[in-house]
Write a protein that binds this ligand. Structure first.
Ligand code: SAH
Length: 508
C-alpha cells in the first residue's frame, strides 16, 4: 500500500467510525501561541489534499504533478528538536519555541511534531539546571548561560546528540552534568557545548567543545550510513527523507555511466545514494562541517566515484561551465531561497541532459522553473513529498529534461525582492566572457586544478611537468627550453593534478 493510499484509508476508516477529527486545542495546548502547525485544524487527508491542490496550481504552467506522498503516522516526525531556554514572568525556567515573528518564548512540554525522546531530554536538562546552578540566558540583559538545547536523534541507529548552546564557554561541573543527564537518558551518545556569545537569532555559534562521546552521530537512510555534526544540514523527517531520496534517484534514471552533480549537497546524502548507479558524482556544498561529514560518509560507505567540494554552488557551476566540464545529470536541493542567478546561468551553459530539482519552497521552485523552462528545459514530471505534516510546508521533486538546442526561448526573470533585482540575461552575458576559446592553455589548466583540487599551481610548475613529459612549452609565459639552474620541483600531489589536467584537456 502506498503512503498516499494509507493516508486515504486512514481518513475513511475514521469516517466509518464516525469519529470527529480531534480538536486542535486538544492536540496541542499552545497551538495558537506557537504558530508552527498552521494546518492542525485539518484532518491529515485534508492537509494532503490542500498541499496537492496548491502544488498542482503552482506547477500547472510547467507540467503535471504525480500527486503527493504522505505519511502513515504523521506525528512526532521531527528528529531534530530545538528548544530555546529562558524564564517566565515569575522567574520560572521555561523551554520551548519563539512565538512566530517574536522573541517571546512559548513553553512547550510535548510537541506533536517532535520526537518524544528528544522532548524528554530537553525536559531533563531543564530539571537539572537548578541543582547545577546554571542560569538561563536573558537576551535583554545579556546575563546568564544556557541559551538553547538542540537534540538530534538518529532514526535507525538510535544515537542521540545533545548540543548545549551557551553564552560563554564554561559549563560548571560539565562532567557531572553529563553524568546526571545520561543517568536519566543512557541513549545519549554525545554531548557538545556550542558557544554563541553574539546578540543574534542564529542558534549555533562558531566555537564547539565536545564534552562527551565523538561529537557527532551516525544515521542510516536507504541502506547507507551518514555522519551528522551539530552544524551539518540533515533532513528533519527521516521517514519521508527516504521517500524523497528514492523519488529523486528514480527521476534521475541513471544507467551507471553518467557524470552527476549533487548541488547543495549537505552531508552528501543524495549524491552518495546516486553513486552506485552513476559513473561519477561531484558534490558541492557551502557548509564546511557538512562537507567534512560528506567526505567521511563516502569513506564509510566505501564509495570511490564521488568527490565533494566546499564552495558556493553558483561559483562552482560557473567554474565548471568555464572549464567546459561535462555533466549529464544535475541533482539540486537548494535552501528556501531557491537557486541563484549565477547557478542557473551556468547550469544552462553546462546543459545537463536532466535536472532533478528538490525544493522545500514551491514559490522559489516555480521562479527557477520559469527560468529553466525558458532556456531549453521541459518539466517532465513532479511529485510532492509531505516532509512537514501539520505545517503549511511541503517538499517537491521535479524532473526536467533538455529539449532540442534550437528550441531555446529567452525569458527575463527577476530574482530577489525589492531593491537589487538582477535580470538574468545580464548575468548570462557576463558569464559568456568566461567561455574558453581553446582547450588546454596554462590559464585553463590552472583554473581546472583550482576548481577540482582546491589549490593553485604556478605556471612554471605546469611547464616543468610538460618538459618532463617531453611536451612543447612554447605557450608558457617566460618559458625557456633550457634552464640555467634547476627549478624547484612541484610536490607529487601537484604533479598528479597537472597530469590530470593535461589528460582532461587531451594534451596527453
Ligand atoms: N541535499 C541535502 C541538503 C539540502 S539543504 C540533503 O538532502 O540533506 C540545502 C543545503 O544547501 C544546506 O546544506 C546548505 O548549507 C547549502 N547551501 C546553502 N547555500 C548554498 C550555496 N550558496 N552554495 C552551496 N550550498 C549552499
Amino acid at each position: 500500500m502506498s503512503q498516499k493510499d494509507y493516508a486515504d484509508n486512514r481518513s475513511s476508516s475514521r469516517k466509518e467510525k464516525n469519529q470527529q477529527p480531534a480538536k486542535k486545542e486538544t492536540l496541542c495546548p499552545v497551538y495558537k501561541k506557537c504558530g508552527a502547525c498552521q494546518l492542525l485544524h485539518m484532518d491529515y487527508k485534508k492537509q494532503l489534499d490542500w498541499k496537492r491542490g496548491r502544488l498542482t496550481a503552482l506547477l500547472k504552467p510547467y507540467g503535471k504533478l504525480e500527486g503527493i506522498l504522505g505519511m502513515e503516522m504523521p506525528e512526532h516526525y521531527r528528529h531534530k528538536v530545538h528548544a530555546v531556554f529562558g524564564r517566565d514572568s515569575k522567574g520560572k525556567v521555561i523551554s520551548g519555541v519563539y512565538k512566530e515573528g517574536t522573541h517571546i518564548i512559548v513553553p512547550v512540554e510535548n510537541c506533536l511534531l517532535e520526537n518524544k525522546k528528544a522532548d524528554a531530554i530537553i525536559q531533563t536538562v531543564r530539571d537539572l539546571l537548578k541543582s547545577f546552578k546554571i542560569k538561563t540566558y536573558d537576551e535583554d540583559t545579556g546575563y546568564g548561560l544556557l541559551r538553547h538545547v538542540l537534540v538530534r536523534v538518529g532514526y535507525s541507529t538510535g544515537q542521540i546528540m545533545v548540543v548545549l548552546v551557551l553564552a560563554s564557554p564554561i559549563l560548571p561541573s560539565k562532567n557531572n552534568f553529563v553524568k546526571a543527564l545520561r543517568k536519566v537518558h543512557p541513549e545519549i551518545t554525545t554531548v557538545v557545548v556550542n558557544v554563541n556569545d553574539k546578540k543574534t537569532s542564529i542558534v549555533l555559534g562558531d566555537r564547539e567543545q565536545v564534552i562527551y562521546g565523538p561529537g557527532h552521530i551516525e544515521d542510516q537512510l536507504c541502506g547507507m550510513t551518514f555522519k551528522i555534526s551539530p552544524k551539518s544540514f540533515y533532513q528533519v523527517n527521516p521517514v519521508q527523507t527516504e521517500v524523497l531520496y528514492q523519488k529523486a534517484i528514480a527521476f534521475a534514471g541513471l544507467s551507471g555511466r553518467e557524470v552527476v552533480l549533487d548541488a547543495y549537497c549537505g552531508t552528501g546524502t543524495i549524491g552518495m545514494l546516486a553513486s552506485p548507479h552513476a559513473g561519477s558524482v561531484i558534490g558541492v556544498e557551502l557548509n564546511r562541517d557538512a562537507v567534512r561529514d560528506a567526505i567521511a560518509g563516502a569513506k564509510r560507505n566505501h564509495l570511490s566515484n564521488i568527490r565533494f567540494y566546499q564552495a558556493d554552488a553558483g561559483d562552482f557551476m560557473v567554474q565548471m561551465a568555464a572549464l567546459g566540464e561535462k555533466v549529464d545529470v544535475v541533482l539540486m536541493d537548494p535552501p528556501r531561497t531557491g537557486s541563484s542567478e549565477k547557478f542557473l546561468t551556468a547550469l544552462v551553459k553546462l546543459k545537463p541532459r536532466k535536472v532533478v530539482y528538490i525544493s522545500c519552497n514551491p514559490e522559489t521552485l516555480v521562479r527557477d522553473l520559469k527560468y529553466l523552462c525558458g532556456k531549453g528545459y521541459r518539466m517532465e514530471t513532479g511529485v510532492g513529498v509531505d516532509m512537514f505534516p501539520f505545517t503549511k510546508h511541503v517538499e517537491t521533486v521535479v524532473m526536467l529534461s533538455h529539449k532540442k538546442p534550437d528550441s531555446v526561448i529567452n525569458v527575463k526573470v527577476e530574482f530577489g525582492e525589492g531593491e537589487g533585482k538582477v535580470p538574468l540575461d545580464n548575468i548570462a552575458k557576463r558569464a559568456e566572457a568566461y567561455k574558453p576559446k581553446e582547450r588546454g592553455t596554462y590559464k585553463m589548466i590552472k583554473e581546472y586544478i583550482e576548481a577540482k583540487y582546491g589549490f593553485k599551481v604556478h605556471t612554471a610548475y605546469i611547464a616543468e611537468v610538460k618538459r618532463e613529459l617531453g611536451l612543447p612549452m612554447y605557450d608558457a609565459p617566460n618559458a625557456v627550453e633550457k634552464l640555467k639552474q634547476p627549478r624547484k620541483h612541484p610536490t607529487a600531489e601537484k604533479v598528479e593534478a597537472i597530469k590530470d589536467a593535461l589528460k582532461h584537456f587531451e594534451v596527453i
